[in-house]
Design a protein around this ligand. Structure first.
Ligand code: ZN
Length: 518
């Protein structure tokens, strides 16, 4: 099994998939980390590479699993085009005009800095590695992050259309708002879970949560590996952050380390990718190009989202989009993503001219989800805008063979939670006598049994149980068919928390010292 982590800069490996890299490697997955840039904006590529090697060593990735696409760091603000838009070779701020690798490495390909080459290099990387799982940075304010995220979407779409036998599991992550710039909350009583990013246009990801695919309730939450569960900088993730000394980001370790690592899954098994798509007007490919959003200008902040929708022309009486297949395709769930600024009051979906469904496409790009009573096989699907007033159009249509992906390579798991927090070795004041716990499920919908040592289950409602705590240490085990989780609840005295606070204070002094020294 193989995983590919796509990071824009050295240090983003931690923001994109830090603890997940550790977890995957320990479960026997071969993990490759590819950097789109050499991080050579304000430091030499060799310095950044040396830090990346040592950071990845902490996470368990070997030097020979590091890949350099070799593009320049931070093209924006130089007056020259960003490589994402460069039709002709462009020069990076570090003075390079073609891809190169830091000392001791070879670049993935040797290519002049152009848009076409960026696309082709990323495409060949994904095709040749053929990873089962891909983790990629998502859209945020940094032009290099945007460039990799948007180019990745285009590359994936081209591969999915060309090769129906390759359907990797894709997880994207906001490197800033759910990692690097998240609340600096490491120094708490217990490790805290990732919080919903702050709202507002000033936010690093431009307030995308609960729009398009970014439904907060649908986020994928991965648990921490065994040695990453303490609210302390002894945590390997924090140690990996400290290695990036040239970036002076030590304090960000307090933000990055959480009790869960969250992603938004992008389904690659939509049958739209293998369809012939036509429209009565407009560009039909926009509705099945994997790209949910796009920007007018890669550097503009806040960005103007544009050019990501299928929009029929105003004089088109039909306003129709048609998907056709040569062989019957199974479909159970249809997801329609509109545009940020428009909605469609009435969209008619016709499947093989037999089933007809009318729906309203939500405003703000929020997904409209239609579940069929049972899966059906179809050769043709037609989407027509009945209500003639349309702004924006349709950003993306997913036609999925099943509600959840059936062929997940990421193993299912269950995780015990309290107050929606992922808990492991859970310290609470000794005065607490009762606690309510629940379960977070990942691709597991079977029965779960609880086994409690040192406490009594007084109430159970589905996955939620109320526990009476009878001892100082209570062991709770949740077991389902092939999945399990075990936690410890420790009722501790105030002295424990004073000691912890003191230790955490010393850690903050250490971070301060690190920042002064490097
Ligand atoms: Zn970055």
């Amino acid at each position: 099994m193989r995983a590919l982590v796509l990071a824009p800069h050295p240090d983003d490996e931690i923001n994109v998939a830090g603890s997940t890299i550790i977890r995957l490697i320990r479960s026997g997955v071969e993990v490759f980390v590819a950097y789109s840039t050499n991080g050579d904006f304000n430091k030499a590529a060799d310095v950044r590479a040396d830090e990346a090697i040592r950071s990845l060593n902490v996470l368990g990735v070997d030097r020979d699993h590091i890949i350099w696409l070799g593009y320049g760091d931070t093209f924006n603000g130089t007056g020259r085009p960003h490589v994402f838009c460069a039709q002709a070779p462009t020069r990076s701020p570090a003075g390079h005009v073609e891809t190169y690798a830091p000392h001791g490495f070879e670049p993935w390909r040797r290519s002049p800095y152009t848009r076409e080459n960026f696309f082709a290099d990323l495409q060949s990387l994904i095709v040749e590695l053929r990873a089962d799982m891909i983790f990629c940075v998502d859209f945020d304010f940094h032009a290099d992050h945007r460039a990799l995220s948007l180019m990745f979407d285009r590359v994936i779409a081209s591969i999915l259309r060309r090769d129906p036998s390759y359907r990797p599991e894709v997880f994207k992550r906001f490197a800033y708002s759910t990692a690097f710039t998240a609340p600096q909350d490491l120094h708490s009583r217990n490790l805290l879970s990732t919080v919903r990013p702050a709202l507002g246009l000033e936010a690093y990801d431009f307030d995308l949560i609960d729009k398009f695919n970014y439904v907060w309730a649908d986020r994928i939450r991965f648990p921490m590996p065994l040695d990453c569960r303490e609210p302390s900088i002894d945590n390997p993730i924090a140690r990996a952050v400290f290695v990036h000394r040239s970036q002076r980001i030590q304090r960000n370790a307090l933000a990055i380390v959480n009790a869960d690592e969250i992603f938004f899954e992008r389904r690659t098994d939509s049958i739209t990718f293998s369809a012939r798509v036509t429209a009565s007007s407009g560009d039909p490919s926009k509705a099945c190009d994997f790209q949910m959003l796009n920007v007018r200008d890669i550097n503009e902040s806040p960005p103007t989202f544009a050019d990501y929708c299928w929009t029929p022309t105003p004089d088109d009486p039909d306003r129709r989009l048609i998907f056709e297949w040569k062989a019957p395709q199974r479909v159970e769930r249809i997801k329609i993503y509109g545009s940020l600024d428009g909605s469609i009051d009435k969209l008619r979906i016709s499947l093989d001219n037999i089933t007809s469904i009318d729906c309203r496409v939500e405003r703000g790009g929020r997904p409209t989800v239609i579940d069929l009573p049972q899966p059906i096989s179809i050769l043709r699907a037609e989407f027509s805008i009945v209500d003639p007033i349309v702004e924006g159009g349709i950003g993306e249509i997913e036609m999925l063979p099943s509600k959840e992906r059936a062929d997940h390579v990421m193993p299912p798991f269950i995780k015990i939670i309290a107050d929606d927090e992922f808990i492991y070795d859970y310290k609470i004041p000794s005065t607490i006598e009762r606690i309510e716990i629940g379960i977070c499920r990942f691709h597991f919908d079977g029965e779960i049994n609880f086994d409690v040592d040192g406490g009594t289950i007084t109430q159970r409602d589905g996955d939620r149980i109320t526990l009476k705590l009878d001892a100082a240490e209570i062991k709770v085990r949740a077991v389902g068919d092939g999945v399990s989780d075990e936690i410890m609840i420790r009722r501790v005295s105030p002295i424990y928390f004073w000691r912890l606070r003191f230790k955490q204070m010393l850690e903050r002094i250490y971070i301060h010292w690190l920042r002064k020294k490097f």
